[in-house]
Design a protein around this ligand. Structure first.
Ligand code: ADE
Length: 339
């Protein structure tokens, strides 16, 4: 795979960051997500055996868990090219150009596929289902004509943080559905060890534990923390990532023992300050952050650890969350209790 075969429109900035490296290239280099790896290994092997393209695959899961990495790994395992674009920026013309440039079997990865607009979806449907595209030849006016162009069989990999926002017809066109879940601290620990090896930094088991406990089940975060702790260890320590060095760095970054940062705490306080229930737009205004970032970056983990719930009256906090920020939980209201 060469760089000119990669389309990068709509990529996240950190994806281009040369520091965000050491991504696995093959399935057996990937740590964790065992069910996902087992399933994909079978479907990929079967596609290879039949010399066919893999069926279109939908990857669902919170940010930072490696959906793009997995897309790239799938292409590597299939031995095909990988092109990537983002649903939020995708226009009809760009999609047509990408589709007509695909080689047989190639993987086309569309990030945030729930954001692909309706007019672009109209091109996507026949491309996914019949491997065809209708192109208009000529500049418009009387000379223009529509031609029905066959496409090579390819694999569309759609990634999304919000499966519920994908239209039924689009979702149904994916034959393989894969869900990535937050990583266990043990798996994050192994990922930290792997990166520490590449970075040539010594990490003590207790240091690794401290990072994995505070990394919100997310490799992207664990990797970033490791790099900051390595800096801290070099300047304020002996170059070794001990528990003390890891804890001091993370404290300095405002990351608490559960991995929550200043923005998480502000979101929680915004809910408390509004009487225990607040809508997403109210929270966004209160903390000066955009709604999408709150929904995609902060809420999934607060929900996962049982701190936040989405109710018909807005976002609310659990008793655990109140206690975590040093407040007494409000008495349970009759409509919120089970009985
Ligand atoms: N880096 C990011 N995600 C990873 C994973 N699942 N396994 C190994 N290294 C990783």
């Amino acid at each position: 795979m060469t760089d000119d075969r990669i389309v990068n429109a709509g990529a996240q900035p950190e994806d281009e960051d040369p520091h965000f490296t050491f991504r696995p290239e093959r399935l057996d280099e990937m740590i964790g997500q065992d069910d996902v790896r087992d399933q994909l290994a079978v479907f990929i092997a079967a596609a290879r055996e039949r010399k066919e393209a893999l069926e279109h695959a939908l990857l669902v899961g919170p940010k930072g868990l490696g959906k793009t990495t997995l897309g790239n790994v799938i292409a590597n395992e299939l031995g095909v090219g990988f092109k990537r674009t983002g649903g939020q920026v995708l226009e009809r013309l760009e999609l047509s150009q990408i589709l007509t440039s695909l080689e047989p079997g190639d993987v086309l990865f569309i990030d945030e596929i729930h954001r692909v607009n309706i007019r672009v979806q109209e091109i996507l449907y026949p491309a996914m289902e019949d491997f065809t595209i209708d192109l208009v030849i000529g500049q418009g006016g009387p000379g223009a004509r529509a031609v029905h162009v066959p496409l090579p069989k390819f694999t569309l990999i759609g990634a999304t943080t919000k499966e519920g926002l994908i239209s039924g017809p689009l979702r149904d066109r994916f034959g393989v559905h894969v869900r990535l879940n937050f990583y266990s601290p043990e798996d994050l620990g192994k990922i930290i060890d792997r990166d520490a090896g590449f970075l040539k930094v010594e990490v003590e088991p207790e240091g690794r534990e401290e990072i994995s406990r505070r990394a919100r089940g997310t490799p992207r975060i664990a990797k970033r923390y490791l790099r900051r702790i390595r800096d801290y260890a070099l300047i304020r320590g002996e170059g070794v990532v001990t528990r003390d060095i890891a804890a001091r760095t993370l404290d300095m970054l405002g990351v608490d023992p559960l991995g929550l940062d200043e923005m998480d705490r502000r979101i929680m306080r915004a809910i408390v300050d509004r009487g225990g229930f607040a809508g997403l737009n109210t929270i966004a205004a209160a903390v000066s952050e955009d709604e999408r970032t709150i929904e995609d970056t902060y809420e999934p983990y607060l929900i996962q650890i049982g701190f936040l719930s989405r109710t018909s009256r807005g976002r609310s906090l659990t008793a655990k969350a109140y206690r975590h920020i040093g407040l007494t939980p409000p008495p349970v209201e009759p409509q919120d209790s089970l009985f």
